[in-house]
Design a protein. Structure first.
Length: 797
C-alpha cells in the first residue's frame, strides 16, 4: 500500500514538473515575442507568437500579440482571423473588437465595422476606440457630420491617441475643414514628434497644399525615424520626381548604395526609376554595373533578364534564363519558370508546358508554375483544371487579385456563377476601385436575376467614373428594370441637364412615369423622344403600351395610322398595329398588319411569331406552323422562331420534328440552355428511348443544375430515371415539384420514380394528382396504365 502511494506521489510530482515545463516554455516564448515586437523585429515576433499558440492555441495574450504582429507585417487576412479567434474565446474583448473593426474599415466593410463599434459603445459609451471606429464607419457611408461629431468627442476624451488624431484630421477634411485638420496634426506632432502616422499624414497634406519645403522636411523626418524602411525612401524619391528634381531623386538611392546596406534593393529601385523616365540605356547600365560587382546576386541578374523581356529583347532574356539552369536548385527553378512564361508569351505553348512539367515534377506546389499553368488552362477553356491550379495558388496567396479574377472567369466557364461572384467580391474587397471587375460583377448578378445588386454595383462604378455618361445611362436602364422609378428619374434629370437634346433621356423619363401608371405623362415624354428621333422603335413601343394600359386601343391604332402615312415602310409601326388588332381579336386586320411588317423587313423575326400567335388564337395549327417555318427560312434560322416551332410540335405530339428544331438550334448555339433542357427531356420521353438517346440526354443535361432552375432539375431527374438511377432522380424531381406543386408532368415524374423505388402509396398519390388535371401532358397514358396497376398492388397489401 505504501509503495502504491509512493508511486502516485511520484507521478503527481512528475506531472506537475511537466506542466511547469510546458507553461515555462510558453511564458518564455511570449516574453521573447513581446520583446521582438517592441524592437520592431516583427518576423521574429511572429515565430515566437506561433510557438506560444502551438503550446496553447487559446492563449489570449498570444492571440492578440500575434494579430498585432500580422498587422505590422500587413498580413491583413491573417490578423482578421486571429482577432476573430480572440472574440470566439472572449466575446466582450474590447481591444479585439476595435482592432478587427479597423481592419474591416480598411477592407471597405463599413457595416461590419459599425456593428463592432456599436457593440463596444453599448458597454462603454465613452470608449475612445469605439467612438473613433464608429466615426470611420459613418464617414465611409457618407454621414460626414455625424462622423465628425463622434470623433471630436473621442478627441476631447483622449487628445493623445494617434488613431483618434488621424481619424479626427480625416473627418475634418471630409467636412471641408482642411485647415483645422492641419492644425490638429501640427499640434499633435509637437507632443508626439516620433509618430510615423502623424508625420506621414502631415507630409501628404503639405504636398497637396503645395507646401513643398514642409513636405520635404516631413519626408526626411520619416526616414530619420525609420531608416530601414525602404518604402519611406521611395516616397521621398517620388516627391523629388514630382517636383522635377531628378538628381536629388537619384541621390536617395545612391546614398543607400554607398551605405553598403540593401545595395541590390537600391540598385533595382534606381533601375525602375530610369525605366519610368524611359531612360532605358541608364536602366540597363546600372544593372550591368552592379551585376559585375555582385556576381552572386541573382536578383539583379533576373531583373536584367526581365528588363530584356519587356524591352522586346527576348532572345537575350532567354539566353540569360537558360544559363541559370545549371545554378543552385532555387535559381534553376526560378529560371525555368521564367522560360515557361517567356515561351507562353511567344505562343510556344508546348515548350512552356515542358518547362512547367519539369518544375512541378520535383516541386508540385510551386506557386509560380501553378499560376501560369492555371492561366494556360483558362486560355484553353479547360475550366476544371484551371480551377484546380488556381485554387491552390489562391490558398497560398489569398490576396492575389489577378488569380481571383481568373478564377471568376473559370467558374463562369464551368457554369458556376455564384462562385464567380464570390471571387469577384473578394477581388473588389482588395481593390474597391477596380471598375472593370465591378462591371463584371454587375453582369453576373444580372444573369442571377439579382437586380438589387446589379444597380448597387453599377452605382458604385458610376461614382468612381462620374464623367462616364454611358455608364450612367446603363444605370438608369437597370433602375427602370428594377422598377425603381424615383432613382431612374432623378439620375435621368441630371443627365438631361447636361445633354437636353438626347432623345433617350425623354424615353427614360417616360418609362419612369409608365412604371407609376402615370401613362398620360409618360406619353408626353414618348412624344418628345419620337419628335427628336421619328420612327424609333423603343418610344413607339412604349407609347403603344401606355395607350393599351389606358384601354385606348382605337386611339393607338389611329396614331399608328398617322405614323404609317408619314412613312409607309415603317415595319415596327405595322407590327404594333397588328398587336393592337390582335388584342381586339380582329384577326384579319392583325394578320394583314403582321404580313405587311414582314414584307417590309423580311429578316425581322417578330412579325412571323405574331402571325403564328394570331393563327393559334383561331386554333389554326397549320397556319401557325406555316408562319413559323416561313420566318425561319426568311431570317436564316432565327432561334426564337425555332423554339416556338419546336414547342408547337411538342404540343401536337410531333416529338421527332421538335427534336430536329432543337438540334438545329444547338448546331449554332451549343450553350442554349433552354434548347438543351427541352431536347434532353424529349429524348428520354420518347417511347422505348434508345440507349444512345439516353446518353445524349445525359450529356445535354450536364450544367443545367448550376442554373438553379426547378424545371431544369426536373429534366435532370427524369434523365436519371431513364438511366435507372432512381435514388438520384428522386430528390431532383421533389425539388422541382416544390417550386411547381400543381404541374401534372412533374407529378407524373415523381409518381413514376416512387413506383420504381417500390413506394407504391406515394406513387399512387402523385399519379392520381397528375391525372386530376383536364389537360394533356407527356406521359398521361403511362400514368393511367401505371395507376391502374397500382390499384391492384395497393389493394393487395
Amino acid at each position: 500500500m505504501k509503495i502504491n502511494c509512493l508511486l502516485v506521489a511520484i507521478a503527481i510530482i512528475f506531472g506537475l514538473a511537466a506542466c511547469d515545463g510546458v507553461e515555462g516554455r510558453k511564458e518564455k516564448y511570449l516574453e521573447q515575442a513581446q520583446q521582438s515586437f517592441a524592437t520592431e523585429d516583427y518576423d521574429k515576433a511572429r515565430i515566437n507568437y506561433k510557438n506560444v499558440l502551438k503550446i496553447d492555441p487559446k492563449d489570449l495574450d498570444g492571440l492578440i500579440g500575434y494579430a498585432e504582429t500580422l498587422e505590422k507585417l500587413q498580413d491583413w487576412r491573417g490578423a482578421v482571423g486571429k482577432y476573430r479567434a480572440v472574440l470566439e474565446l472572449e466575446p466582450d474583448h474590447t481591444k479585439a473588437k476595435v482592432k478587427l473593426g479597423q481592419l474591416y474599415l480598411m477592407a471597405n466593410e463599413s457595416e461590419m465595422a459599425l456593428d463592432l463599434a456599436n457593440q463596444v459603445l453599448e458597454n462603454d459609451p465613452t470608449h475612445t476606440g469605439g467612438l473613433t471606429l464608429k466615426a470611420g464607419a459613418l464617414g465611409k457611408t457618407g454621414e460626414r457630420e455625424q462622423a465628425l461629431s463622434l470623433v471630436e468627442q473621442a478627441f476631447k476624451l483622449d487628445p493623445n491617441d494617434i488613431d483618434t488624431i488621424i481619424m479626427y484630421a480625416s473627418m475634418l477634411t471630409l467636412n471641408d475643414r482642411e485647415d483645422e485638420a492641419v492644425r490638429v496634426l501640427e499640434e499633435a506632432n509637437k507632443s508626439q514628434p516620433e509618430s510615423i502616422s502623424i508625420n506621414s499624414m502631415l507630409a501628404q497634406y503639405y504636398m497637396g497644399r503645395g507646401q513643398f519645403i514642409l513636405a520635404e522636411e516631413k519626408l526626411k523626418r520619416l526616414i530619420e525615424l525609420d531608416p530601414d524602411n525602404v518604402k519611406l525612401k521611395h516616397k521621398l524619391v517620388a516627391f523629388y520626381e514630382k517636383l522635377d528634381r531628378p538628381e536629388q531623386a537619384e541621390q536617395v538611392y545612391f546614398d543607400i548604395i554607398e551605405s553598403g546596406e540593401n545595395v541590390p534593393t537600391a540598385v533595382m529601385a534606381l533601375h525602375d526609376l530610369y525605366v519610368v523616365r524611359k531612360d532605358l540605356e541608364k536602366a540597363e547600365s546600372i544593372l550591368k554595373k552592379y551585376m559585375d560587382e555582385y556576381p552572386d546576386n541573382f536578383d539583379i541578374r533576373f531583373k536584367l533578364a526581365d528588363f530584356y523581356v519587356r524591352s522586346e529583347r527576348q532572345d537575350e532574356a532567354k539566353a540569360m534564363y537558360t544559363s541559370y539552369l545549371d545554378e543552385s536548385e532555387s535559381v534553376a527553378v526560378k529560371a525555368r519558370n521564367r522560360l515557361a512564361y517567356l515561351n507562353e508569351m511567344q505562343g510556344n505553348l508546348d515548350q512552356a508546358e515542358e518547362h512547367l512539367a519539369a518544375v512541378l515534377k520535383d516541386h508540385p506546389g510551386n506557386i509560380s508554375a501553378l499560376t501560369l499553368r492555371g492561366k494556360m488552362h483558362l486560355d484553353q477553356e479547360d475550366a476544371i483544371n484551371a480551377i484546380s491550379d488556381l485554387r491552390t495558388v489562391l490558398n497560398a496567396n489569398p490576396e492575389n487579385t489577378q488569380v481571383l479574377k481568373w478564377l471568376a472567369s473559370a467558374y463562369v466557364m464551368n457554369n458556376e456563377p455564384e462562385l464567380a461572384v464570390d471571387m469577384l467580391k473578394a477581388a473588389l474587397s482588395l481593390q474597391p476601385r477596380d471598375i472593370q471587375s465591378r462591371l463584371r460583377l454587375a453582369g453576373l448578378y444580372k444573369e442571377l436575376n439579382n437586380q438589387e445588386q446589379v444597380t448597387e454595383q453599377l452605382a458604385v462604378a458610376s461614382e468612381l467614373m462620374p464623367g462616364n455618361l454611358e455608364l450612367k445611362g446603363r444605370l438608369v436602364s437597370e433602375y427602370l428594370a428594377a422598377g425603381n422609378s424615383d432613382k431612374a428619374r432623378a439620375l435621368t434629370e441630371n443627365l438631361r441637364a447636361e445633354d437636353p437634346e438626347n432623345p433617350v433621356y425623354a424615353l427614360y423619363l417616360g418609362i419612369s412615369h409608365q412604371l407609376e401608371s402615370d401613362h398620360q405623362q409618360a406619353i408626353n415624354y414618348f412624344d418628345q423622344a419620337l419628335a427628336a428621333k421619328p420612327g424609333a422603335i423603343e418610344p413607339m413601343s412604349a407609347k403603344v403600351r401606355s395607350l393599351v394600359a389606358l384601354k385606348e386601343f382605337d386611339q393607338a391604332i389611329a396614331w399608328l395610322d398617322e405614323v404609317i402615312k408619314e412613312v409607309d415602310q415603317n415595319s415596327p409601326a405595322h407590327n404594333f398595329r397588328g398587336e393592337l388588332y390582335l388584342a381586339k381579336r380582329e384577326f384579319p386586320a392583325a394578320e394583314s398588319s403582321f404580313s405587311k411588317a414582314a414584307e417590309i423587313n423580311p429578316g425581322w423575326w417578330l412579325p412571323y411569331r405574331n402571325l403564328a400567335i394570331a393563327a393559334l388564337a383561331q386554333d389554326d395549327m397549320k397556319a401557325a406552323e406555316s408562319a413559323l417555318s416561313k420566318g425561319i427560312e426568311k431570317t436564316q434560322g432565327n432561334q426564337r422562331l425555332r423554339m416556338e416551332l419546336a414547342g408547337l410540335y411538342e404540343r401536337q405530339g410531333a416529338l421527332n420534328a421538335a427534336i430536329d428544331q432543337y438540334e438545329a438550334i444547338l448546331q449554332s448555339d451549343t450553350d442554349n440552355l433552354l434548347a438543351r433542357n427541352n431536347l434532353a427531356m424529349l429524348l428520354v420521353s420518347r417511347e422505348s428511348a434508345a440507349e444512345a438517346d439516353i446518353q445524349r440526354a445525359y450529356e445535354l443535361s450536364q450544367g443545367l443544375l448550376a442554373q438553379s432552375n426547378p424545371l431544369f432539375q426536373d429534366t435532370m431527374g427524369w434523365v436519371h430515371y431513364a438511366k435507372g438511377e432512381y435514388n438520384k432522380a428522386l430528390p431532383l424531381i421533389k425539388r422541382a415539384l416544390g417550386a411547381y406543386p400543381n404541374n401534372p408532368e412533374i407529378q407524373y415524374h415523381l409518381g413514376m420514380t416512387y413506383y420504381k423505388t417500390s413506394d407504391y402509396a406515394k406513387a399512387k398519390e402523385y399519379l392520381a394528382a397528375a391525372l386530376q388535371t383536364e389537360g394533356n401532358f407527356r406521359g398521361r397514358n403511362q400514368a393511367e396504365t401505371t395507376l391502374s396497376e397500382l390499384e391492384d398492388k395497393v389493394s393487395s397489401l
